[in-house]
Design a protein around this ligand. Structure first.
Ligand SMILES: CC(=O)[C@@H](O)[C@H](O)COP(=O)(O)O
Ligand SMILES: NCC(=O)COP(=O)(O)O
Length: 241
């Protein structure tokens, strides 16, 4: 059965809405509730611009998360140093642009092979496993395997955002093809970005994703129904896949 890692970034987005003047809502509290709701892991994206998750959050989560702590970060010296000190259960290397509203494309592992491999080696030397957040593209999958990374996280944003039925079907096929190739190359296969209570159903019967990484749709439902309930509902949908 696939796992569910809950991204609590956007609890912190709400907290930072007043410029960090309030201590609430606290992503650390949200993570506890997510775990009570059945989360198999907690994801946080410590961005260079600290627009939502703060350093304080990741260090407190390291002490309090009882499932697994997954740190999303750019492959920069600053972030690698933090990860080596923090020792999360997994690092997912993601591309970052200060001007982006949210994570856009996947990491260009092929084009940044040297930098990516160096980051993978640095994290491995700190005993931190590494996942690479990439588009569902065979070239990027193969390049990821060549870096020595432990797994990939397939970017599901284009599939989730597609409105044309034919395009959505094609985007989903790209994800399943990429997942099969990644498994063949011995990589773990996670998936995330933009997944919601409707799109998750597309994965029924596929059994090709090891863990789904979901944040925005769960936090959005939690705003109305509560975090534990929102996570449990997603957890139950994934159990039925
Ligand atoms: C890589 C990824 O998909 C996550 O970063 C997710 O997008 C939540 O982070 P942001 O909303 O800050 O992009
Ligand atoms: N890596 C994907 C993630 O952490 C959550 O993305 P989203 O569900 O917030 O779009």
């Amino acid at each position: 059965m696939a796992g569910l890692a809950v991204n609590v970034d956007h609890i912190a987005t709400l907290r930072q809405a007043r410029g960090g003047a309030t201590a609430y809502p606290d992503p650390v509290h949200a993570a506890l509730l997510a775990e009570l709701g059945g989360a198999d892991g907690i994801v946080v994206h410590l961005r260079e611009d600290r627009r939502h998750i703060q350093d304080r959050d990741v260090y407190l989560l390291r002490k309090t998360v009882q499932s697994r702590l997954i740190l999303e970060m750019a492959a920069t010296d600053e972030m690698i140093s933090i990860a080596a000190d923090l020792r999360p259960d997994l690092v997912t290397l993601v591309p970052e642009k200060r001007t982006e509203l949210t994570t856009e494309g996947g990491l260009d592992v092929r084009g940044l092979a040297e930098v990516t491999q160096k980051a993978v080696e640095s994290l491995h030397s700190a005993a931190v496993p590494v996942s690479l957040f990439i588009d569902p593209d065979a070239i990027q999958i193969r390049a990821s395997a060549d870096t020595g990374a432990d797994m990939v996280e397939i970017h599901t944003g284009a599939f989730c955002e597609a409105s044309d039925p034919g395009d959505k079907k094609a985007q989903f096929s790209a994800i399943t093809d990429a997942a099969h190739l990644a498994h063949e190359l011995g990589l773990g296969v996670n998936a995330g970005h933009g997944l919601c209570y409707n799109t998750i159903g597309w994965f029924a019967g596929t059994r090709i994703i090891d863990e789904f990484s979901i944040g925005h749709s769960i936090v959005s439902r939690a705003a109305l129904a509560g975090m534990e309930k929102a996570v449990r509902e997603m957890r139950n949908l994934i159990k039925e896949l």
